[in-house]
Design a protein around this ligand. Structure first.
Ligand code: 6PG
Length: 251
């Protein structure tokens, strides 16, 4: 069956990044107009590097109301916040240190903790106390996600017990590649968000997208009450079931 949500297929990676950045800016402006702030969970992996760089450039650097952003994370590796493997470190180096966001508005997962389970519970508690709730679940305005080649998203890997966790809203998991221990948001939080977007770039993600279409991948479980949008390039979209995809988006 076709992917759930709205699918934007862009010509190349740069166009995926540009389209995602525009989408984030729109989500930010809408949320701020509605309730005076923008709460967003940033993704992990390597694809976000180009997205963060794009957000520090015109027009976004000047048009986004950065002081009203409250930044969370979809997942984190078991490492120090200064480690190059840290998802927080990538965001801090490429975006958070370059725009006007107060440190008090950045809520990182403590991957450096001795007890990762305790750090995950603390993060779940923090989500509950800093966010509004919908149907009893903390609700973010926006969550941006990546897609792994095995169909995982955040650190919700195939076969992981984390896939079945409903509360707490953050838990630990184990990646099949280093750094193995992880903290990750759980599906109820992903599915409570007002807007969710996946960024999928490269031919190596074709099979993962097919697994999502056939409901065989963890990422297929992300379809909540909010909007769901897929930003991908042609290379990744090659095997997708034909459906009314949005036209390719230019840079
Ligand atoms: C992580 C991510 C993970 C990532 C995907 C895609 O911590 O690794 O949260 O879910 O988003 O594996 O990663 P790439 O963007 O590097 O392809």
């Amino acid at each position: 069956m076709p992917l759930r949500g709205t699918v934007h297929i862009a010509d190349d990676a740069d166009s995926v990044i540009a389209a995602t950045a525009s989408w984030i800016a729109t989500c930010s402006a809408t949320a701020i107009a509605d309730h005076g702030r923008f709460t967003v969970a940033l993704p992990g992996g390597t694809t976000p590097r180009a997205l963060y760089a794009r957000l520090t450039q015109a027009p976004f650097n000047d048009t986004i109301e950065w002081p009203l952003w409250h930044v969370y994370f979809g997942d984190e590796r078991a490492c120090a916040p200064t480690d190059e493997a840290s998802n927080y470190n990538l965001a801090q180096q490429m975006l958070l240190s370059k725009v006007n966001i107060s440190e008090s508005h950045v809520f990182r997962m403590h991957g450096e903790a001795e007890n990762l389970d305790s750090a995950a519970r603390d993060y779940s508690e923090m989500l509950s106390t800093t966010l509004p709730h919908t149907h009893g679940v903390p609700q973010l305005d926006c969550i941006i996600l990546g897609l792994g080649e095995d169909g995982h998203t955040a650190s919700l890997f195939p076969g992981s017990p984390a896939l079945d966790v409903s509360t707490p809203y953050a838990t630990t998991s184990t990646a099949p590649y280093p750094p193995h221990p992880r903290i990750t948001l759980t599906f109820p939080v992903l599915n409570a968000a007002t807007n969710v977007a996946f960024m999928v770039v490269g031919a190596q993600k074709r099979n993962a997208l097919h697994l999502v279409e056939t409901d065989e991948a963890p990422a297929a479980q992300v379809h909540g009450t909010g909007t769901l949008t897929w930003f991908m390039d042609r290379a990744a979209a090659e095997q997708l079931t034909a459906q009314g995809h949005e036209q390719p988006t230019g840079k």
